[in-house]
Design a protein around this ligand. Structure first.
Ligand code: DLZ
Length: 172
């Protein structure tokens, strides 16, 4: 198991670009809020740490993970953002609700990204147990909210660099 080997939230901070001029949307689901709000904190703090201005981070809370994609689309209609990060946690239960919600969010964000050529980041935990979620929301495997923020920063930068017509992006 990859995540059993290392804390995936560790990254080389010096390799990330400054994002002072970038805007972000964060959509966070309230279901399992003891998990998702920890993801949000990790995500928000990471954006601020790398230079994002508070006024350029637009946060929206939604009831559950299923609502993430719709709210992400609404947010991009209202605000000019360089990336949208969606955070949620669907814990497997007795029924297969988790499969429907998780697939729907995955496909929804993929479709939004393709349709708008904008990064929509999948920050949805899909654990089998609550403990697995806690381990990834500031626990022994780090915080997936931090990782989602790092991905958003890199993707926002990618879009800007593509506009500069560089020959190679991401190889130094
Ligand atoms: C209904 C439901 C269930 C059973 N479990 C979760 C969950 O673990 N995590 C989550 O984010 N949302 C859950 N929901 C709510 C749905 O995402 C959605 O809010 C409702 O089905 C209404 O569309």
């Amino acid at each position: 198991m990859a995540s059993a080997l290392k804390n995936l939230s560790k990254y080389d901070e010096s390799k990330l670009p400054d994002i002072e001029d970038k805007s972000f949307g964060i959509v966070v689901a309230d279901w399992n809020e003891h998990i998702t709000h920890a993801l949000y904190e990790g995500c928000y703090d990471t954006l601020i740490k790398h230079g994002a201005q508070e006024e350029n981070i637009h946060t929206v809370q939604v009831p559950g993970a299923f609502e993430l994609t719709t709210a992400a689309a609404m947010l991009t209609q209202r605000h000019q953002v360089d990336a949208v990060i969606c955070l949620g946690c669907v814990i497997k239960g007795e029924t297969t609700h988790n499969e429907y919600i998780n697939h729907s969010v995955g496909m929804g964000l993929t479709n939004l990204g393709i349709a708008t050529a904008k990064p929509f980041i999948f920050g949805l935990l899909t654990p089998n147990t609550e403990q697995q979620a806690l381990d990834r929301a500031g626990g022994k495997y780090g915080n997936k909210g931090v990782e989602a923020a790092v991905t958003a920063i890199r993707m926002a930068d990618l879009k800007q660099n593509l506009g500069k017509r560089k020959k190679k992006i991401g190889f130094g």
